[in-house]
Design a protein around this ligand. Sequence first.
Ligand code: SF4
Ligand code: SF4
Length: 178
Amino acid sequence: MHISQQFQRWYSGPPQIKLEYARQLCKIVQENLWLDGKLHDKLLGLKKSCEQLSLQMERMEMGKLCSACATRPDGGCCSAYMADNTDSIQILINLLLEKDISLRDPVDSECCFLGPQGCRFMAKPIFCLNYNCTHIMKRTDPQTMKTLEQHAAAVLGQQTAIESWLLDRLQHLPLQTI
Ligand code: SF4
Ligand code: SF4
């Protein structure tokens, strides 16, 4: 298979398959790239930025807002079709960050990556990372929104850099079975 076709497979298809590819890729990365200090430094930087973003979201009490929203008849924004915004490399990054990623059980109208404590990902799909609904916008002053966006941009920059680094390294590894 041509490598570009192989990359495309990790970015399409149902979330279950993307998760399966990510698990296989995780083994390959751990066997071949885990000793590369650059990867650890990059993951550590991303983790710190994700923690900063979470802190900002806590300060804004977004957890409470989203929980209340999710109990309304029309529900929150983490609906089943949103899971299509994931890809195998983004899921792989979460596995490398030692997040335990499993699918929602039972299958229902919610995103299959929504767990009892909220989204299972530390490194979220880009769409989810950048999404700020009208409920959030209406109750937040411009400076606080700007701070939130700066934290999200820091996460996105590092996440994208790790994705590029991984894709570049994976090109040189034997991936016939994935
Ligand atoms: S992000 Fe907005 S729409 Fe989504 S659950 Fe939270 S409050 Fe509701
Ligand atoms: S934030 Fe997480 S749970 Fe919500 S739609 Fe995105 S991936 Fe799914």
